[in-house]
Design a binder for this molecule. Structure first.
Ligand code: 1CP
Length: 344
C-alpha cells in the first residue's frame, strides 16, 4: 500500500504539521536547469508538447528542493490551441492568440483530447518516476481566465475586451464559456486518467469581475467543471484559485464544490480562515516578492503565515507565481523555514 501524499491528506481536511509545500510556477526561468531544457526544446509550446522534456522540467524543482508536489508542465492556453485558435508565445511579451476575438462557431471542439494527447503522456511519464509520497498536480485555466485571452488575443489590463463582450453579447459569450468548460473537463480527466493525483483550476483574472459577473462567469463555470470531473473521479481533490476575489472566496469555496482554495497574497490568511469553512484546505499565500528579496522579509512572511494557519488544513505556497528574478537559494531557504520550528 502506497503512502498517501500529504497534499491529498490536507485536501481531505486533515491538519498536517509542518504543512506540505510547493510553489506556483515552480518550473521556470529562475532555474538554470529549466533554461537549459527550454533551449533544447526550442519554443515554449514545443516544450509543452514534447513529453520527455516536459516531464523533465516538471521534475526539476522537486528534485532540487524536495517539494511535496510536482505540477504538470503545460499551460492554460493549450485549450484555445486544441479548439483551433492559433496560439504563439512571443519572447518577452507573453501569449498572442489569433484570430481574436474568436467566436465559438469558429472553433472545433471535436479533437481536443486527441490534440492534448502529448500532455497526457507527460503526466504518465512523470507519475512513473515521481516518488509515491509526492503528489502530481494537473491543472487547467478557469473558463473566464481562458476566455479573456481568447477574446483579447493577449494578456490585457483590466480585461476590458472580455468584460465588454460578456455585457454586450451574453449569449455569445456564454457559448464560448460552455465550449471552454467542455474542453477543460476533457483536459482534466485526461490528466487524471494518466495519473494526476490532484487538479487545480486557475482563475487568475477572477478579480476583475463585478458581483454578477463573478457569479455567472467565475463561480458557475467552475462549478460545472467540478461537478463533471467529480462524477467521473470522486476521489481526486480539486483546488480552485480565484485570484483577486477578496471576500468573495467565501462564496467561491461554498458554491463551486472545490476541496481547497488557493489564496492570493492580498487577502490576509486570517480573513480567508473566517470566510472559508474550517474543514476546507487553504493554500497560500506568501507575496512572491518576499521570495525575491529573501532574508528577514522572507522569514517574517513565512512565519506569520505558519502562525495564522496552525491547526487548519494548510498547503504552504506563494500567493501567485514565482518570478524569473528569484534567487534559487531563497527557494531552499523558504522550504527549510516552512519545515523548521516556528519561533513564537
Ligand atoms: O519558458 C517561458 O519562459 C514561458 C513562460 C511560461 C511558463 C513557465 C508560460 C507562458 N507558461 C508556463 C507554464 C505554466 N503556466 C504552468 C506550469 C508550470 C508550473 O507551474 O511550474 C502553469 C500552471 C501555468 C498556468 C498559467 N498560464 C496561468 C495561470 C496561473 C498564473 O500564473 O496566473 C496563466 C494566466 C497562464 C498564461 C501564460 N502562459 C505563459 C505566460 C507568460 C502567461 C501569462 C500571460 C499574462 O501575464 O497575461
Amino acid at each position: 500500500v502506497s503512502e498517501r501524499a500529504k497534499l491529498v491528506r490536507v485536501l481531505s481536511g486533515e491538519v498536517v504539521e509542518p504543512p506540505p509545500v510547493w510553489i506556483m510556477r515552480q518550473a521556470g526561468r529562475y532555474l538554470p536547469e529549466y533554461r537549459k531544457t527550454r533551449e533544447k526544446a526550442g519554443s515554449f509550446l514545443d516544450l509543452c508538447f514534447t513529453p520527455e522534456l516536459a516531464a523533465e522540467v516538471t521534475l526539476q524543482p522537486v528534485r532540487r528542493f524536495d517539494l511535496d508536489a510536482a505540477i504538470l508542465f503545460s499551460d492554460i492556453l493549450v485549450i484555445p490551441l486544441a479548439l483551433g485558435q492559433s496560439v504563439r508565445f512571443e519572447e518577452g511579451q507573453g501569449p498572442v492568440l489569433s484570430p481574436a476575438p474568436i467566436d465559438s462557431v469558429a472553433l472545433d471542439p471535436s479533437r481536443v483530447a486527441e490534440k492534448l494527447a502529448p500532455i497526457f503522456e507527460t503526466v504518465r511519464l512523470t507519475r512513473a518516476v515521481l516518488p509515491r509520497d509526492k503528489a502530481l498536480i494537473g491543472f487547467c485555466g478557469a473558463p473566464w481566465t481562458v476566455a479573456t485571452y481568447m477574446i483579447a488575443g493577449r494578456g490585457s489590463a483590466e480585461h476590458l475586451p472580455a468584460r465588454r463582450l460578456a455585457l454586450e453579447e451574453p449569449a455569445r459569450f456564454q457559448a464560448l464559456i460552455d465550449m471552454i468548460v467542455d474542453a477543460s473537463v476533457d483536459y482534466l480527466t485526461g490528466q487524471i486518467d494518466a495519473g494526476a493525483d490532484i487538479v487545480k483550476i486557475f482563475d487568475s483574472w477572477a478579480g476583475v469581475l463585478d458581483a454578477e459577473g463573478f457569479e455567472r462567469w467565475a463561480i458557475t463555470p467552475v462549478r460545472s467543471i467540478v461537478e463533471r470531473v467529480k462524477a467521473m473521479h470522486p476521489r481526486v481533490p480539486i483546488i480552485g484559485f480565484p485570484r483577486g476575489a477578496g471576500a468573495r472566496v467565501g462564496a467561491f469555496a461554498r458554491e463551486t464544490g472545490v476541496d481547497g482554495v488557493a489564496i492570493d497574497w492580498t487577502l490576509p490568511m486570517r480573513d480567508a480562515c473566517e470566510l472559508v469553512p474550517a474543514s476546507m484546505a487553504l493554500q497560500g499565500n506568501l507575496d512572491p516578492l518576499r521570495l525575491v528579496v529573501g532574508g528577514a522579509a522572507l522569514d517574517a512572511g513565512v512565519d506569520s503565515i505558519l502562525r495564522v494557519m496552525r491547526g487548519r488544513p494548510h498547503i504552504f505556497n506563494l500567493g501567485h507565481g514565482i518570478t524569473p528574478d528569484t534567487p534559487v537559494e531563497n527557494v531552499a531557504r523558504l522550504v527549510a523555514r516552512v519545515r523548521g520550528k516556528v519561533a513564537d
